[in-house]
Write a protein that binds this ligand. Sequence first.
Ligand SMILES: [Zn+2]
Ligand SMILES: [Zn+2]
Length: 405
Amino acid sequence: MVSTFPNPSTVDLSRLRLSIRSLQPQLVEWRRRLHQQPELGFQEKLTAEFVSQKLQAWGIAHETGIAQTGIVATIKGNKSGAEKVLAIRADMDALPIQELNEVPYKSQNDGLMHACGHDGHTAIALGTAYYLQEHRQDFAGTVKFIFQPAEESPGGAKPMIEAGVLKNPNVDAIIGLHLWNNLPLGTVGVRAGALMAAVECFDCKILGKGGHGAMPHQTVDSIIVAAQVVNALQTIVARNVNPLDSAVVTVGELHAGTKRNVIADTAWISGTVRFFSPELVGFFKQRIENIVAGVCQSHGASYDLNYWSLYPPVINDAGMAELVRSVAEEVVETPVGVVPECQTMGGEDMSFFLQEVPGCYFFLGAANPEKKLDYPHHHPRFDFDETALAMGVEIFVRCVEKFCG
Ligand SMILES: [Zn+2]
Ligand SMILES: [Zn+2]
């Protein structure tokens, strides 16, 4: 297969920025191609094929089918120096959303859409791989590209780690980015420590005793019990968590009842918990169970509680965050620049990689209100300013050159 890139000899290799920005048309082309064929988590078949074909065409060694649809590619630099290994992670999955954008590259898969920007992440990682493969003389050590499935849940990072992607050669550090419409184009959000929250989830069934709406004394009203549980759950953050720690308990679902004069025997509550501090792992599970048990017991109801952790918090290593910050400052070059306070209660399974090796996950501003490219992530009209693609490649390349020497 023939590369669609300009011949590297025709670009000024001494000027990293110019040569990376010359890749912009290809980055846009790949991103749009991926945007047209969105696939859900663990079903990224065509996406993985596309990535593999490009890597193959450029002569980059890689392994496919890891954790079903994941890919790992490796590029070794030719420069002599410390043999460090840096991993770059990109996610590939889309969402079950019907796209409402009327653009030539609109999703061709009904009901599916790249509404989070993972098409852009894959294109940025591909562009970085291409550039580094062509400029192996500029870095020592090894760069490992991790194209992972299913970030939007159930999560592809963990199974990829279990499949050994951080080993052989052993990864010393990892970086990754999220195109971010909460930040304007030309900014980068990066910070040491917690960037994104832990995501935990619960489903709770409350079992009372049904009966006639006019004869409550013969029943155990599951709606009354559920209402008290919902209210009491809000005291966890308000009264039990250190006010200097951030946390959220949200009940997003409450279902009960069939008719206005019937007392419901069963109520269902579902919710999500978010927090930054790793010390709070296990705390909410215990506290929620205590509240549900106590309220139910006081009313003579019983319950069935299912609580699980989806993703741990995204915690950046201070040294790696500083590396990304120093590089990003050179790349975005705008008065807005680097935004250190950019935490969000959103979650990300990049956290599993960051539990294994030091690293940094960061936000690359991609919103452009003037072009109406500022809808939030997961919105059916989500789209981002593609100028950010080359910026992403430049940040990654500079990180490699700085980290690997
Ligand atoms: Zn998302
Ligand atoms: Zn995302």
